[in-house]
Design a binder for this molecule. Structure first.
Ligand SMILES: Nc1ncnc2c1ncn2[C@@H]1O[C@H](COP(=O)(O)OP(=O)(O)OP(=O)(O)O)[C@@H](O)[C@H]1O
Ligand SMILES: [Mg+2]
Length: 333
């Protein structure tokens, strides 16, 4: 469904024209000499209960997008609307409520768990801070949280280093779930794990989504993982969304040369995916977001580029009601 055709009650999050520029100050007077355009005007809508994935190469702005949504970073411009409420510049109690309602899970839960704190202390912290539970109720909640993420409550008094990567990610998930969020931003949650453990964690996330009607924004550079978990997918390149569609549209009918290249480079062992495209090799690295190229940002690596691509940035073309891409030559390639 396109944002415009969604019932308002179905929409959890609307992001409009979001930009995050990091300004560079140099010289003895510290004047602004440039900017790193980490997120450069992106818009998307996330429906209640779905998994919306953001995929793209390192440095394309995935994590910065997530950080703006939970307001670890303040957006440079644009708007973020959650449950019909503009939260772009929330502060005080509103910001606290927002931080409870949108939780984030990271690639390395070890870095978000205090090594000197037991698991009990780590999971209790948000419950106590947000005054959700104390005493016997807190104890019951801790036991329950451990069980729902598949860990024995008898581990509560152990320390993070005593757990494997997969177990630590389960603890990170328990900590995020503790405050009953509506939206969880999962930033590369399985990238550091072995493939066999990856699917256990992905399946756990799927089960929890069903059980607690959670909405996920799933950030990953790994298309097989994205295929496993997503309902809809946005492909980012140098701070911008270049293609967005349902999982099936994106994987079976990629339209942007960048999406085609990403897909052609990975073997996805899934018979549902018609991935018989010609291999497209991308030469060179992603250009720096400090000096994005003129025209279409992808033209410096695009095997199909024409003169127009060097001069102007393409608007989105709709392929279907739910599928759109920003390429001038979408019908020719
Ligand atoms: N605090 C910061 N100050 C300056 N530049 C930053 C800051 N945080 C991120 N950037 C830059 O913004 C761009 C986007 O970074 P971001 O971390 O969002 O990318 P990413 O898509 O999450 O990459 P990865 O897959 O490696 O995690 C990068 O060029 C990065 O160097
Ligand atoms: Mg990142």
């Amino acid at each position: 469904m396109l944002a415009s055709t969604l019932e308002t009650s179905d929409v959890l999050l609307q992001v409009n024209g979001l930009k995050k520029y990091y300004f560079i100050r140099e010289g003895i007077f510290g004047g602004v000499t440039g900017s790193i355009n980490a997120v450069d005007d992106i818009s998307f809508t996330v429906k209640k209960g779905e998994t919306f994935s953001i995929v793209g190469e390192s440095g394309c702005g995935k994590s910065t997008t997530g950080k703006c949504l939970v307001r670890i970073e303040d957006p440079t411009s644009g708007s973020i609307v959650l449950n019909n409420k503009n939260i772009t510049s929330s502060h005080g109690k509103e910001l606290l409520d927002l931080r409870r309602n949108i939780q984030m899970i990271f690639q390395d839960p070890y870095s978000s768990l205090n090594p000197k704190h037991t698991i009990r202390e780590s999971i209790s912290e948000p419950l106590v801070n947000f005054r959700i539970a104390k005493g016997a109720e807190l104890e019951k909640k801790l036991t329950n949280l451990m069980e729902i993420v598949g860990l024995s409550p008898k581990y509560l008094d152990r320390y993070p280093h005593e757990f494997s990567g997969g177990q630590r990610q389960r603890i990170g998930i328990a900590r995020a779930l503790a405050v009953n969020p509506e939206l969880i931003i999962c930033d590369e949650p399985v990238s550091a794990l072995d493939v066999s453990i990856q699917s256990q964690i992905l399946n756990l996330l799927k089960d929890l989504q069903q059980e607690f009607q959670l909405t996920y924004i799933f950030i990953s550079h790994d298309l097989s993982v994205v295929h496993h978990i997503s309902d809809r997918v946005a492909v980012m390149y140098l701070g911008r969304i270049v293609e967005m569609g349902s999982k099936t549209e994106l994987f079976n009918n990629p339209k942007h040369p960048y999406t085609k290249a990403l897909l052609s480079s990975i073997p996805i062992a899934n018979p549902d995916i018609d991935n018989k495209q010609d291999r497209i090799i991308l030469n060179g690295d992603v250009p720096s977001p400090r000096n994005p190229p003129n025209g279409c940002y992808f033209h410096t690596r695009c095997p199909y580029k024409k003169e127009q691509c060097e001069n102007s940035y393409p608007d989105f073309t709709s392929i279907s009601e739910t599928h759109k891409t920003a390429c001038f030559y979408v019908n020719e390639i």
